[in-house]
Design a protein around this ligand. Structure first.
Ligand code: IMP
Ligand code: MG
Length: 179
């Protein structure tokens, strides 16, 4: 695949450290449950957890939720929950974590689903925000980088399941993924 670097790994690591510090401060007296949206959020959420100050780590739990929406590079416009969280969200302070928010449909659907389970609070954290393509208004509580409208891969984000393990985030230069 032909990828032009956009955000290098050191810049990602710095930003993740800042976000982790912000989250630790905001939840200083509050037990937190991070819920990562599979699969794109996995790398980001693990790095966020590793970057939490030692003192915060014993009051932060984490889990994953599965969604399906994209077929290849295009959203199907419908998001379904394919894997429920293992942890009961009732009476928990939940932070929903995703790698990227584009139209906002995925996050909106997950927020609805989480909200239905009567958590004590729900906030959102994304590494990348593509605001130009937003179709659903989402309040982002923590956001790493705002980017232009381009299809990006790396650091957990994929193009048709490829490119996730790149250490940096880059723009996919052509939509064919067989290169
Ligand atoms: P949304 O539902 O349109 O906000 O899209 C969010 C989901 O689409 C993310 O969780 C990603 O899985 C995927 N996605 C959106 N934009 C990109 C991109 O540029 N690269 C890789 N995946 C993307
Ligand atoms: Mg994807």
């Amino acid at each position: 695949m032909n990828v032009t670097p956009l955000i290098e790994s050191a810049a990602i690591a710095n930003r993740v450290k800042e976000l982790a510090a912000e989250i630790a401060a905001d939840y200083a007296d509050t037990p937190l449950l991070m819920v990562g949206i599979l699969t794109g959020a996995a790398q980001f959420m693990m790095d966020l957890l590793s970057a939490l100050p030692e003192a915060a780590s014993n009051r932060v739990d984490y889990d994953f939720i599965g969604v399906a929406s994209y077929a290849g590079l295009e959203s199907t416009g419908q998001v379904s929950i394919t894997l429920e969280t293992t942890v009961d969200l009732h009476d928990r302070h939940v932070l929903v974590v995703d790698g990227i928010v584009d139209s906002g449909l995925t996050l909106q659907r997950v927020l609805e689903h989480v909200g239905d389970q009567s958590p004590l609070s729900v906030k959102t954290c994304v590494l990348l925000d593509k605001p130009s393509r937003r179709q659903h208004t989402i309040g982002l509580d923590y956001a790493g980088f705002e980017i232009e409208d381009a299809f990006v891969v790396g650091y957990g984000l994929d193009a048709d399941q490829r490119g996730r393990s790149l250490r940096y985030i880059g723009v996919l230069e052509d939509s064919t993924t067989d290169g």
